[in-house]
Design a binder for this molecule. Structure first.
Ligand code: BGC
Length: 909
């Protein structure tokens, strides 16, 4: 009986503490149980959950174990820090699984809660010596650009009981590996794309479950990919070398403590695979008749296969993938099977996406099925391929016959909504086709919704363009013969990207390539990885708004994730870049060299007469100067963050001189800018280029300009991201809403009205008369103009972070209802947990519901019309109590500070 009471007591008391505090969401380097980190001091984050309000962590105790031994115990640390806590124990060993747990005390009676266990698996720390595998190449004559994809194999035996097995794999090219006929891992297009000549990433896989005792086999296919395949509009091949190669190592730990290593070496065999060719832009040709059943299993007879060639390629450029790899995500069935006026059979998947199509078909041997991918139908209903330029975007499958065959390509990807099917006799059954979206496995974090269906579709389009263009590298577009890491596009979109998905590691990885590609003079190339070297764009010069990604993105990542290390690691590159600009500038005016300026801004010729207005061309160097100031401001902030007081002073003084130079060169004494465009005024206002006394007149001019275009925007890549934010900041929210809700060209909602399911490259990629823009540069999946997204989260839903409490440790909630919207809501999953904000207008009542995660606080700006309005929270008159502190009012807002928890505010007449 006593025992029963005890059990009930334990259960009950657990439940109480359960209700009060749970520690969950354990992340190592922002990921859940990552495998393959080569970071010597990985950082840990955890989430506190509590049903109480105002919860803050007061202390934590973290312990890390491996092989049942503690490698680090922090001891009880009095601290609020629950995000990015670095490992500080004894040196981590390579290729090992570590587990960790954290105990947390809070300020609500200091109840202690223990997390469940999380893990991380290290990669190699010294790959030059720890990677003993040898580079191998096929030596096959047909193994060339557009040539056959070789497949490699090796059998081996394991003699003892296996405790764990870890594979480390990379390639000069793209690889897919199997053990005993089973795929290793769920990542595609590995090893991803980096500056291969300086940084080649290898992947680490826990393959314990794939091995069997006795005979085993490993098989690997190796394609050209970004390494050797054609890249860029000039379709240049062999960018990183003429020879593809594989590096494979399998470390097996036996239960008796012994170890065995299986490596790629001259004992491997090679043969052509059924992939007759597989190229990023052009697609794959697969002849199923050439399949060799069981080629990656131990019973396969490889006596007819040839010996591989061992190569002496470098290993000192190897690094682990610490970021999320490309994996499969959403799948789509055709929503329609169309017969076009040209008589073609076309599947419509209903969504412009990036990935490929899997098909299940039966037919006779030698039958050829060809799938051709396109983004859009022309005004007559025929497929439009011209905008793909020289990318074939075509997968060809030759059937082996004799039953149902399932095929999907391996080493390519396409940007498409529509697929033309050729080679199927009789009717095409849509059920046999599935479109699969492939993108970097960044976790979805943000949701935004409001009462306007078109805006909701815009939000969906932004997210789909992000999915489609975050394929290991942030690309401009995913469909034509380009698909490059254009720095400007990534720069303008990075903050929006960080609302929608967790892109912390994605950008940390890419920024390392940005730094690696920096020219000795400090200039940052326009695309990263820089495949344009040696071409016009490959000069050691930089362009404002593009190369500035080097400074702007690390800072944006710091703001969004509180990730100081990203700034620390990037800082030398940032500094060298700004030194480059300093030299390029004369008397603090950056007015030299090639500049993209406000790329793709409105031009009358684009869609003639639509709004009967003049083109909106902003002086390139005016734009350049504004970005110069912006970047130097961020340098000052970054230097302050890193405690570099002298450099803070230097950058602040430089920023002041840059602004003075701007005022002398581009502003009349009356405050008029030399370019009377929206972009000119937006940038001048946004980056504080004008003295205070000229700002309200400049705002008026901006609004007048917008009115003169009948509330259409005319901004290009560099003006657009700041347009609505700037209007909000200067009290012109209604104008911002009018621009957002405009649905005729040029506007954000015009493409939505035209049926877009992704963001277009141009405001009129498809014109109002349904014809297309110049096919030489008309993408239907280009995220840059989606850079309005962060403003939608920040100013419509109202969720933001303070820079001094970066990563949403100190949250700002400041919604601006307007534009006739009756409701809006947003949420983001941060490292602290979920932030939610939802408002609704119902007659005279305005309600605002908030969710603030534990261990954070929020400054809330409740929109009010006047002081006579009654404000309640949870039904009680608003007062400083129960997690709420009332602050001083701000024009149009009741300001309060709140701790964590859920709140329901109501404002009534
Ligand atoms: C890309 C852009 C890029 C631009 C630079 C284009 O071809 O698609 O998005 O930023 O070139 O001029």
């Amino acid at each position: 009986m006593k025992k029963l009471y005890f059990i009930i007591f334990v259960l009950f008391s657990n439940q109480i503490s359960f209700a009060q505090l749970i520690v969950t969401g354990l992340k190592t380097e922002g990921r859940t149980n990552p495998v393959g980190l080569d970071i010597s001091k990985p950082r840990f984050s955890w989430v506190l959950e509590s049903s109480k309000r105002n919860v803050k962590q007061t202390a934590y105790e973290l312990s890390v174990r491996a092989d049942n031994k503690v490698t680090w115990s922090s001891g009880k640390i009095s601290s609020e820090i629950s995000v990015h806590v670095p490992y500080s124990g004894s040196a981590l060993e390579p290729g090992k699984r570590y587990s960790w747990q954290v105990k947390v005390w809070d300020n609500q009676g200091s109840k202690m809660a223990s997390s469940t266990e999380a893990s991380f698996h290290t990669a190699l720390f010294k790959p030059e010596t720890e990677m003993v595998a040898k580079w191998i190449s096929s030596g096959l004559q047909a193994d060339t650009v557009y040539g056959v994809v070789p497949q490699f194999r090796k059998s081996f035996s394991t003699s003892k009981k296996i405790k764990s097995a870890t594979a480390f794999i990379t390639a000069k090219g793209l690889y897919e590996a199997e053990i005993n006929g089973k795929r290793i891992g769920d990542a595609f297009l590995t090893p991803g794309w980096t500056t291969y000549d300086k940084r080649l990433l290898y992947q680490t896989y826990d393959v314990t479950q794939l091995l069997i005792s006795g005979k085993n086999a490993v098989g690997v296919s190796l394609a050209n990919g970004w390494f050797r395949g054609e890249l860029g509009w000039e379709k240049k091949a062999n960018t990183y070398g003429k020879q593809t190669a594989l590096l494979f190592q399998l470390n097996i730990n036996y239960s008796d403590g012994t170890r065995e290593i299986i490596i790629s070496d001259d004992s491997w065999k090679v043969s052509p695979s059924p992939m007759l060719s597989s190229e990023i832009y052009d697609g794959e040709v697969y002849d199923a008749r050439l399949e060799q059943i069981g080629w990656a299993t131990s019973s396969f007879d490889d006596s007819k296969w040839t010996k591989v060639q061992v190569k002496d390629f470098a290993k000192n450029i190897l690094f682990a993938s610490n970021h999320e790899l490309i994996t499969k995500h959403e799948t789509f069935k055709p929503v329609k099977v169309l017969t076009t006026p040209q008589g073609e059979t076309v599947l419509d998947f209903g969504q412009n996406l990036v990935g490929w199509v899997q098909m299940k078909i039966s037919g006779s041997s030698g039958n050829k099925i060809v799938l051709s991918h396109a983004e859009i139908l022309d005004k007559y209903g025929n497929l439009y391929f011209d905008n793909l330029r020289n990318a074939k975007a075509q997968d060809t499958y030759i059937m082996k016959g004799g039953g149902v065959e399932t095929y999907e390509p391996h080493f390519t990807f396409h940007g498409f909504r529509y697929v033309r099917v050729e080679g199927i006799s009789g009717t095409v059954d849509p059920d046999n086709f599935t479109a699969i979206a492939l993108y970097s496995d960044m976790k979805a974090t943000g949701k935004f919704e409001c009462s306007n269906a078109l805006v909701n579709q815009l939000q969906k389009n932004i997210q789909w363009s992000q999915r489609g263009n975050f394929l290991d590298v942030p690309t401009d577009c995913p469909q034509r013969d380009e698909r490059l890491g254009w720095t400007g596009d990534a720069e303008v979109f990075s903050r929006t990207a960080a609302y929608n998905f967790n892109v912390n590691n994605f950008f940390a990885k890419w920024l390392k390539d940005v730094a690696a590609e920096q020219y000795p003079n400090g200039a940052i190339p326009f695309v990263i990885p820089d495949i344009l070297k040696g071409s016009f764009f490959g000069r050691p010069e930089s362009a404002a708004g593009w190369s500035d990604a080097d400074v702007i993105i690390p800072w944006n990542m710091y703001v969004a994730y509180g990730d100081k290390r990203i700034v620390e690691e990037q800082y030398p590159s940032m500094k060298a870049y700004v030194d480059y600009i300093r030299k390029a500038a004369k008397n603090d005016l950056w007015n030299t060299g090639f500049q993209f300026g406000d790329w793709l801004s409105y031009r009358v010729d684009d869609s003639k007469g639509m709004i009967g207005q003049k083109s909106a061309v902003t002086d390139n160097y005016l734009v350049t100067q504004c970005f110069y100031a912006y970047v130097v401001d961020l340098m000052a902030k970054s230097a302050r963050l890193l405690g570099k007081a002298d450099e803070v002073k230097d950058y602040e003084a430089l920023a002041e001189r840059i602004r003075k130079a701007f005022q002398q060169e581009y502003v009349t004494p009356g405050g008029r800018l030399i370019s009377e465009t929206q972009t000119a005024y937006v940038l001048a206002l946004q980056f504080d280029m004008l003295p205070e006394n000229l700002r309200s007149a400049a705002t008026k001019r901006l609004v007048e300009n917008i009115k003169s275009y009948n509330y259409h925007l005319t901004t290009g890549f560099l003006g657009t991201p700041f347009l609505t934010s700037c209007l909000t900041r200067f009290g012109e929210m209604e104008t911002a809403y009018k621009l957002l809700l405009q649905d005729t060209y040029p506007s954000w909602l015009f493409p939505v009205k035209m049926g877009a399911t992704t963001i277009w490259e141009r405001w009129d990629s498809q014109k109002p008369d349904s014809t297309f823009q110049d096919p030489s540069m008309t993408s239907f999946n280009h995220y840059s103009y989606g850079a309005v997204g962060d403003w939608m989260y920040r100013s419509i839903a109202g969720i933001d972070t303070k820079e001094e409490g970066a990563g949403y440790k100190e949250i700002i909630i400041k919604p601006f209802p307007g534009g006739g919207l009756t409701s809006a809501s947003g949420s983001i999953e941060t490292y602290y947990g979920k932030i939610g904000a939802a408002w609704k207008i119902d007659g005279n009542k305005f309600s605002l519901s908030l969710e603030v995660p534990a261990n954070t606080s929020a400054t809330v700006y409740i929109p009010v019309k006047g002081s006579q309005q009654k404000i309640t929270e949870g039904g009680a008159v608003l007062a400083s109590s129960n997690g709420i502190q009332v602050q001083e009012d701000e024009k149009g807002f009741k300001v309060i500070k709140i701790g964590s928890g859920k709140y329901d505010f109501m404002v009534e007449e």
